[in-house]
Write a protein that binds this ligand. Sequence first.
Ligand code: C2E
Ligand code: CA
Length: 586
Amino acid sequence: MGDDATRCRPGAFARAWAKAVSGTSYLPMAQAQLEEMLQRLTERLAQALRAEPFDLRIGQQVGAELVQAHIASAEGLGRTVEVIQLRLVRDLDLVVDDVEDRMARLLATVATGYARALRDRTLDEQESIRRAAMMARAQAERALRDSEARFRHQATHDPLTGLPNRTLFTERLTDAITAPGRGADRVGVCFLDLDRFKVVNDSLGHQVGDSLLVTVAQRLHRALGEHLVARLGGDEFVILVERTAGTDDAVKVAEAALAAVREPALVDGHELTVSASIGIVERPVAGTSPMDLMRAADSTLHWAKAAGGARWSLFDADRNRRELARYALSAAIPAALDRGEFYLDYQPLTSLRDGRVLGMEALVRWRHPELGVLRPDSFIPLAEETGLIVRLGSWVLAEACREAGTWPGPDGDAPFVSVNLAVRQLHRTDLVTEVRGVLGRTGLPPHRLQLEITESTMMSTVVEPVRALRVLGDLGVRVAIDDFGTGYCNLAYLRDLPVDELKVAGEFVTGLRAPGSGTDERILASLVSLAHALDLTVTAEGVETADQADRLRAIGCDAGQGWHFGRPGPAAPHLGRVPAHVDAAP
Ligand code: C2E
Ligand code: CA
């Protein structure tokens, strides 16, 4: 075999080979690249044919390389074998001994290399497919787990503060109550609410409010780390105190929470000092439910608020029962009105000058079918809270005016009727219309109606209600400040208000001692003269003795009201009566 053998037209053979295999499988290379590669393989084939002794590795390598180059189909192999067999020797002008024998062996080695490479590749592919499938599954499972965890986290946490939310809290509380064992036979809940948070929100904006909530949440979490702290919404937080040994354990947690909240906080450049109120319930888990516990904690929180805030209160079953009864009572007001269970007692406001009955205060009573006659203190405060006072108050106003219209007196000079007005009534936009309507229907002259507004109501009253009072004042309706002296009203403030009369609180009268000796007496004296300077008449409330009446008259008080002059009762006996002891006084 000559040295120049390979110099003969390997290019032509490679081109023929390329043509034969192209189209037998997808080739990721250009035609030129393919030819170049096949040309290299052609030279290797020529080398194999000539090698002495015959080297079967070369043919196998060529087969393997074909597979690597993606000429990897049965057809591709068939055409390759064919083209080698038919053209290799001829195209390259090869001179080889035993050419047929060598050619047969060469083709066999190429086919073997090819088959092995193909098998390896298939195994590799299968393996990598298997591995990829495994990885994909693992990845999918991880993603699912992650998103489940994320979803669960979102569903159980508050987005603003990151604290557990009501759902998670309820789950944990339910577990604490119902999961047996773990030595947990008592549990505590501290229900916390920030005091006056609305003021922060309203005056500094919701953003500052939100930042404050986040700060509070972080502090509670830090201070009470081991206990579950959750945000229920708004400015309400709740702390679960598990496995308590007694109330002390829950109280300690509440105190730590109050201390954590109390620290001044720098929020968006504002230094804020907030306080919180906490309702604490701590009890055996047996016989309670999450709902019971939360309801009790909520009521207890309101006790802490009502006591002024910045404190904790401990649940008290007796007090709770009393309050529930009070609520039930106030809820029954509308039906009782429909059934006509309310009536009015009257108490005279008596002139200290001549003993004449100047007016009569209407005091509402409830003839309760089961509880007997109820005094207003047992249902009015709650009716004011719940708003039911508005309907009840309307009834009182109408009934008082109706009755007063029947009182005898010379030329409309019968006593006026004095009606207590709750703050809610004063804030109604249709107060003027209502009063006008009642006066119109009953024919009562406006100057025979007096409206009593407590000092604290007056002080908390904004522009609109004052305007309404002014309109009523212009109509001729009298306005009195009730319980004067118990609040913070000052006379200078009253000067600008449409007021006719001060009703001085009974406390002042109780304090009256020997003539000229008591501080109360001097205070009262100057109050009376100031009131007179402002053109206001003064009625003293709670006058129980003749001695008090004498002293009040000496001070210059215009009128008195109290047991000494007459107890609350039906109007008739008070009318036209001139008590002898007043008459007799100098
Ligand atoms: P108030 O306006 O201060 O009414 C006077 C209260 O003092 C009455 O209690 C009266 O019975 C009591 N009282 C009268 N004289 C004496 C006395 O000499 N000594 C003592 N210690 N007490 C005396 P009452 O009738 O229980 O009314 C309590 C409160 O309920 C009233 O206080 C008033 O604020 C409110 N109220 C009564 N009726 C109505 C109403 O129709 N509407 C509204 N909004 N409140 C009402
Ligand atoms: Ca009154």
